[in-house]
Ligand binder design. Sequence first.
Ligand code: AGP
Length: 609
Amino acid sequence: MCGIVGYVGESQAKEKVIDGLKRLEYRGYDSAGIALPINGQIEIRKHVGEIKNLEKIINDESYNAAVGIGHTRWATHGAPSDINAHPHGNQDGSIAIVHNGIIENYQEIREWLTREYGVEFKSETDSEVIAHLIGIYYDGDLLAAVNRAVEEMRGAYAVAAIAADEPDKIVAVRKDAPLVAGIGKGCNFIASDIPALLKYVREVYFIENNETVVLTKDDIVIYDENGKQVKRDVFHVSWDADAAEKEGYDHFMLKEIHEQPKGIGETLLRRLDENGEINLDGITMTKEDIENFNKVYIVACGTAYHAGLVGKMIIEKLAKIPVEIDVASEFRYRDPFVDDKTLFIAISQSGETLDTLAALREAKSKGARILSVVNVVGSSVARESDDVFYTWAGPEIAVASTKAYTTQLICMYLIALYMGRAKGAVDDAQYKFMLDELKALPEKVEAVLKQEDAIAALAKKYHHKEHIFFIGRGLDSGVSYEGSLKLKEISYIHSFAIAAGELKHGTIALMDTETLVIALATQDFLYEKMVSNIVEVRARGARIVGLAKEGKDEIEKVSDEVIYVPECADEVSPVLAVVPLQIFAYYVAKYRGCNIDKPKNLAKSVTVE
Ligand code: AGP
């Protein structure tokens, strides 16, 4: 997904900008570009493909300046190409901009600029209109021109602009797309995401919606939408840039799979006090609020949605409150029944997923109380929520989400337990039992990780399959969806997940001797029913990889292979059951020679609709 980096300082802007763009590569992009003010003109250089293509065309010494803006683009309007890459310039080359987001009324603006000002557009992008708008309003004051331009724009944007006549500054503005200013010494930065800046700065300002920021080498000045200067607290970034390195693993995904015991432990630790009670530091939701809710709505996308599927069952079971769940892209367009008695839970690793953010705003506008489960501190979802349960997974770089999912599950358990306790639905014994089960998870996940070689061997055996099904009942059905998504997104194998009891109503027609079925059977009270479902598909010739808890070995009689996870309470088994599925997907993709950390067509953070 698109990334913005800008630098203003003493010299060598291009090095800092390129370095920042590389830090954002993991988000996915199809082209990159940079603009520098040189000798009274803006010189833009951009190239389709990887940043190294761009580096080849900017390495001449004469291409340098103390100010620069850069961008990695992920195509929305117009195909990936040199012309459509950012930055975009205005007609006489005196202004350049980079943009994240979508300008919804760009066609309208485009026609108007062509008709009234004879503007000739070079690209097919929505973003180019921004450069021309700033250009026509520019009269020696870039800040004023940017402010005037945004009055014409509808949609979502983070924009950074430079002007040839003011070669000592960057002006940036945001609405519904993240933007952060980094505070350096004798230099300052602007970026769409903190990782882009971490090599150089630790202190940042978050730019809020409808704010404009002017950066010079010695100053960062933020203005609200009325042009009034805003005082903003400095945010200190404590996480380490090295956390984003692979640390010896072949891929970020494998590293992140192995980081799960730590992430789970950390997420628990942050919410348990010395007496083992769930602490709600920073959470404003009271016991009375909880008693007042008559419904919970969970909304998210992709893997986060799958965490919500488990969350729904757990909250209903422990807190005894009805829970609805929806994917964010559907929720916002169907006038959902939400009011001030609804607790709306948004789950998002990045906290920047536009669909989730828009759903959150929809729920908020209807009076719902917003609780989010987010991994990125200070992200848009976090900042727009009433309360936040952070997942402490650390930065997740691989596009395929792994440690975010398991830590999201931990938050769902904690929320369910806390609500259950507040409503009197969970007694002391059940509360203690569940907390003990949760605390035992890091060690049990470690035990599952020790089976990596055996699971890799299974992946080697089955990596040539073209159709792989995942089945399960109860909580296992939720985990099946996640296992299937993991496999398809990184290995490109066609995969399908279905509640095992539903097979006989149609999907079983697809089973034959070529089919591999991964059958999850970790729910004790559904175990026998699950074994029957396995027998049904096996009778159609499918090969079966069973997944069960240690000690439940009857499954061996109906499976070709079995993966075991440690004994645990049914409620927490999703945290263990998903790990072999992540490892399996990883190795299948590896044996198929896929680009594991950056699968085709996917981006880490989906900030467009
Ligand atoms: C996960 O493997 C996916 N790449 C994707 O489904 C992701 O979970 C989804 O886009 C939601 O992202 P978020 O958690 O950052 O909101």
